[in-house]
Design a protein around this ligand. Structure first.
Ligand SMILES: [Fe+2]
Length: 235
């Protein structure tokens, strides 16, 4: 049986709905949290996540994603962020981390890996991803919600996963986040985290950076589509 653990060794199980969601999106105190996916309307929306004061978020089903600009921006290299304690080397090469029975809000993460300066696409770059599951648990024995993939000739990568849950780090919840290590020949390894726009815990998290927010991209058909383009600084 897979052993799982959680940051701070504090379980966060109570009070959360486990409903599978077709669409997600609400306006919370910190702004837009999970965005609706696709453009095919609203529907019943319940993220299952609560505001810091324990109240339910205000739901606004009219929030629909807009696809962000396709023009890559390489003005600055991607910010680093802490690795944290839960990285495991040796994740399988795969970019689909879920199946039809996986609980949680399905999401796609797509983007490119480019080099600073030329903004050229980096083919064959490795994106090594790890994250908590929808219940905010990391797999410490197996490789659930862990996988690495290589960029294609145009520098593109993609993952299919779920939105990770909030976990306690000491006495404070961390915002939902996805860990990555991005590497390419001639570039120092980039270790960072990606964050969700509007997560109510972003503002109080000591590691959150707005430059590491994923942006609406793709998705649809019940899948939340998010994107992030990495820019690596040459050695
Ligand atoms: Fe984490």
């Amino acid at each position: 049986m897979r052993k799982r653990f959680q940051a701070g060794q504090v379980m966060k199980q109570g009070g959360l709905s486990r409903r599978e969601l077709m669409k997600v999106g609400f306006l919370g105190g910190a702004g837009l949290w999970l965005l609706g996916c696709g453009s095919d309307g609203g529907g019943d929306i319940d993220t299952g996540l609560l505001m810091p004061d324990g109240s339910a978020p205000v739901v606004d089903g009219s929030l629909i994603t807009t696809v962000d600009g396709a023009t890559p921006s390489c003005d600055d290299d991607t910010d680093i962020n802490i690795e944290g304690p839960y990285y495991r080397a040796g994740a399988p090469v795969r970019n689909v981390l879920i199946d039809g029975a996986t609980p949680g809000v399905k999401m796609s993460l797509t983007g490119t890996v480019r080099g600073l300066g030329t903004c050229g696409a980096l083919a064959g770059a490795t994106v090594d991803l790890w994250q908590a599951d929808t219940n905010a648990l990391y797999d410490s024995v197996g490789f659930a919600f862990r996988g690495k993939t290589m960029t294609d000739a145009d520098g593109n990568y993609s993952f299919q996963t779920v939105v990770p849950g909030h976990y306690l780090n000491g006495a404070q919840y961390r915002p939902a986040h996805i860990h990555v290590k991005v590497s390419a020949p001639g570039y120092p390894l980039l270790t960072t985290q990606l964050y969700f726009e509007g997560d109510p815990y972003n503002a109080i998290d000591p590691w959150y950076l707005p430059t590491l927010l994923m942006k609406p991209r793709g998705g649809g058909g019940g899948v939340l589509g998010l994107g992030f383009d990495f820019v690596l600084k040459p050695a």
